[in-house]
Design a protein around this ligand. Structure first.
Ligand code: CUV
Ligand code: SF4
Length: 630
């Protein structure tokens, strides 16, 4: 009998309820209340049939008014809205990637940013046909960073990294005319196509949506992942802890939130500085605890074992503990609510990026040139704020799980090698995994990704699906807030093997891995794209034939839809638990859930019933196995 127990969702929910009691004492607002004020949502918006891209409108489609003033029908309006949604997401991820490239361009041996993984840099240089022999590693870093920045605006040609895809995938992209050109061009072209009086043909709009998604996944996000690894190290398995109990009532608590590791890495560095720790002790604290929220948390957890306080919908909770000296943010997925909320407590809400300016925050602008000095200022501000804490408001829920994280593709290959003791080259092989899948010891794999969303009982879909899948011998790779949902209940504890079917359990024991592998932040879904491509190459089949699917059961952001598009366009069936705002057009819906299969051999399934969603994924995996004859 298994002795291992996950933290039940009820306990997490009780912890949130208790935190909201503290909030009530100080007059704090919270998303749970704002959801009530915003429901029911606008029906036109929900179905995607409101158009406000020109000032003859806004126009809304109804049975009595089937066309906007310009004559655009529901299909054109829904398709344009969808494409704009994708463009927003692709722009966001890719701009994050660009910031990483810029940081690398300024890396220097005596500066704040270094080349920690020179081997990876050299591998990329060889891939891109850049001479490496006899070059200083920093000169090479600057050269590659310059080329990478050029990918955003390259004049002709398509994204460099498309060549990593399996050959058949590349052919499909070419045939469907969705190979992404310059990253910025695809985003810009999407805005152009959706301007008043341009495309209203669903097929053209969805084709561009896929292309723009690919510019993200195989362009901007991949740059974010690869060059973060070059500078901060390629993740390797590392132990950490997760859930709100990682905050420490006796310490100064700094919470990092956002996406760009350039900020959080340095904050972590300074929090370890003896001078800062001494200062914290002078203030009456025992030390300094840095923990994370959202993707920035994934970044520093994977590389340094920094504990994960929570995911997207936990961001208000960390402030509600009354024990957060500073919540330090860079870009993306940050609630503007943190401003007013932090004012109800002693918490400093520190914004740092010109991309993300918010009222009621302390703005400490962070840039490559001033990084070290600003990171120190941020840590110091937090430490000096400890004395302002109101002890009567402090309550940290005592929930904490163990997690092993850091499964980059390189790390997965290495871990598999330890099982087979095979002698492989520096980049390794996925053959042992192929063998496990072929023999049926593992039935397949699911990439669990994306946010949480108050439209779903937070994290219940992530956790429920993962439990069901691993019990059915399906391996999970996870990223983003999905990964954090898993970590905070214990699914990334190696002991969680006890919750698996016999086959997966054996693999977990042999390979010494948890059944849910943490592959990183949302930009790191690019790691998963290379993983499936390599898997297909090693298995000698196409990506679309692999018993592998993608799932974002609680997604909410534009970025998530951009991700969905590149996952599908890479040949992986993708299952969404929150229906995108396209239901107002059967043509667009049919394309996304079926028609695009003719182009990319994969499509979406929308299913808000989470149990059914799980069943359908398992069914799809088994269908693919049958088709392969395994
Ligand atoms: Ni980038 S996009 S809430 S932090 S996964 Fe988390 Fe991940 Fe969604 Fe945002
Ligand atoms: Fe209305 Fe057409 Fe203008 Fe959209 S583009 S707001 S449908 S007139």
């Amino acid at each position: 009998m298994s002795e291992f127990k996950l933290i039940p969702n009820e306990e997490n929910e009780a912890a949130t309820a208790r935190l909201l009691e503290t909030g009530a004492k100080v007059g704090a607002d919270a998303y749970q209340f704002r959801v009530k004020n915003q429901t029911p949502h606008c029906k036109f918006g929900e179905q995607g049939i409101c158009c406000r891209i020109c000032s003859m409108g806004p126009c809304r489609i109804t049975p009595k008014a089937p066309r906007g003033i310009c004559g655009c029908d529901a299909h054109g309006i829904v398709g344009r809205n969808f494409l704009r949604f994708v463009a927003g997401g692709a722009a966001t991820h890719s701009d994050h990637g660009r910031a990483i490239c810029e940081t690398l361009y300024h890396a220097s041996p005596d500066g704040a940013y270094h080349v920690k993984d020179p081997d990876k840099l050299i591998r990329i240089a060889k891939e891109w046909g850049v001479e490496t022999e006899g070059k200083d590693i920093y000169d090479l870093a600057h050269e590659i960073a310059y080329l990478a920045l050029g990918e955003y605006g390259k004049v002709f040609g398509v994204q460099n990294w498309l060549s990593r895809a399996e050959a058949h995938t590349q052919e499909l992209w070419k045939k469907a005319d969705i190979e992404p050109r310059a990253i910025d061009r695809e985003v810009s072209c999407s805005l152009h196509m959706t301007h008043m009086g341009n495309s209203s043909l669903p097929e053209a709009l969805i084709r561009q949506s896929l292309r723009t998604g690919l510019a993200d996944g195989w362009g901007g996000s991949m740059a974010g992942t690869e060059f973060s690894d070059v500078m901060f190290g390629t993740p390797k398995p590392i132990d950490t802890t997760a859930n709100l109990g990682v905050m420490n009532a006796e310490n100064v608590n700094i919470v990092v939130h956002g996406h760009d590791p350039s900020l959080s890495e340095l904050v972590c560095d300074y929090a370890e500085d003896p001078e800062m720790i001494a200062l914290a002790k002078e203030q009456g604290a025992k030390g300094i605890t840095v923990s994370g929220v959202c993707c920035t948390s994934n970044e520093v957890a994977m590389r340094r074992g920094i504990p994960m306080a929570g995911n997207f919908l936990q961001q208000e909770n960390v402030v509600l503990t009354g024990a957060c000296e500073a919540i330090v943010v860079d870009v993306q997925c940050i609630f503007p609510a943190l401003g007013p909320l932090s004012k109800c407590f002693h918490t400093k809400f520190i914004t740092t990026s010109p991309i993300c300016r918010m009222p009621d925050s302390d703005y400490i602008e962070f840039s490559v040139g001033t990084a070290a000095e600003k990171a120190k200022q941020i840590v110091k501000t937090a430490v000096l704020n400890f004395k302002n804490r109101k002890p009567e408001l402090v309550h940290i829920p005592q929930l904490k799980s163990k997690a092993t994280v850091g499964y980059s593709l390189e790390a997965i290959k290495k871990q598999l090698d330890t099982v087979t003791n095979s002698q492989v080259d520096e980049t390794g092989t996925l053959k042992p995994l192929v063998d496990c899948i072929t023999s049926g010891v593992i039935r397949g794999a699911v990439a669990m990704v994306g946010c949480n969303n108050p439209k779903v009982r937070p994290d219940s879909a992530h956790i429920g699906l993962m439990k069901k899948l691993i019990a059915n011998d399906i391996l999970i790779v996870a990223s983003g807030c999905s990964a954090q949902a898993a970590a905070r209940v214990g699914l990334m504890d190696k002991a969680a093997k006890d919750l698996c079917g016999d086959g997966l359990k054996r693999v977990c024991e042999l390979a010494d891995i948890p059944p849910v592998l943490h592959m990183g932040s949302c930009v790191d879904i690019s790691r998963m794209m290379v993983l499936v491509s390599d898997l297909a190459k090693d298995a000698g089949c196409h990506v679309s034939q692999l018993p592998v699917v993608g799932c974002a059961p609680e997604w909410m952001s534009e970025k998530a839809v951009s991700i969905g598009n590149y996952v599908v366009a890479t040949g992986i069936d993708t299952f969404l638990g929150v229906v995108p705002q396209v239901s107002g057009s059967d043509q667009v819906t049919n394309l996304l859930t079926g028609g695009i299969r003719d182009w990319v051999e994969a499509a979406y399934t929308f299913e808000p019933d989470i149990d059914k969603l799980g069943d359908e994924m398992i069914e799809r995996i088994e269908e693919k196995r049958t088709a392969l004859g395994i």
